[in-house]
Design a binder for this molecule. Sequence first.
Ligand code: ADP
Ligand code: MG
Length: 340
Amino acid sequence: MIKRLAAVAILVSIAGCERHSVTAHSRWPVMGTVAAVSCADPTADMEQLRQTADEIYRDSISRFSAWTDGSELAKINASGTNGVAVSEEMAKLVEISIHYSRTSGGAFSPLVSPLLRLWGFGWKATPPDAPPDDETVRKLAATARWENLSLNRPALTLRLARPDAKLDLGGIAKGYAVDKVWERFRDIGVTNALVDLGGNLRCLGEAAPGRGGWRTAVRDPLSPASGYILGTFLLRPGEAVATSGNYERFVTIAGKRYAHIIDPRTGRPAEGVLSCTVIANTAVAADALSTTLFVLGPNDGNEYLRKHAPDCAALWVTESDEQILSDNFQARNWQPAQVR
Ligand code: ADP
Ligand code: MG
């Protein structure tokens, strides 16, 4: 059964929830957001871990960034319908994106770029003075269908089926990069750490012996800058969590605020949800699903989880300030915030 609770915003410092257990911490700016690594081990070489993670993030930017001239993604978008050779990494991320697009009936799309630009999002894009007309919206929505992508294996070529179809992997690339860092850390013997890239988190081990994982806060989307949280849950060893929200990036067109998450099925910014938090076994799944389930909303989103991702858990905050937890979110030791 879906649990419905009134959304109450209570002041608890997010950092405060972790500080008593985390003994080493490093934060730095990357990808237009903040990257962080936390370690339970006070002797951890944080500078080395920061450099290791940063190298992976930079490699990721050079492949997947829609905001960087000369990235692999920019080259694909410039290739028109000719098709172009792609790296194994690009092929993998495109395949994962197609999976989420196909299973969600197009709520997730790796070809959302033209729609984003239409609504004023993306690199060098400016919001229009008035909302775009229905005809234009319909035309560009047709470019976002995943069927417009054809990936050829083993040749490793990618072709856009129409000249106006363009890739954007902003809804999934950060999670993918976090998994890469997580795997590298595991391989070099890091045992108890939390990797965070702009709210895409994945943990190794636990925050302190016996904790069973990392207690993690869910931010209140109605007051994101204030440090208000809705509650905390236990992120178990190896798990990941991501949040998609409409509060960090938005545009205002003719006095109305629009989120940077687009519903590719209608061609319009998604409405009805303020934020969607997803717990999954990998950061790429959490990232892709947080965007997908933001678009689907709680009703269709719960249906999706049951059918395609029964191991994952989601929490939505709706525009009517309701919190909706998927069946198994409660089981993650969810503790709504209390007044202190
Ligand atoms: P954030 O980037 O704020 O962490 P998300 O993971 O939800 O949040 O990603 C939002 C980004 O995903 C947008 O900026 C855009 O690049 C891309 N995007 C927007 N709508 C969709 C969609 N329906 N499917 C896939 N990607 C999307
Ligand atoms: Mg996402």
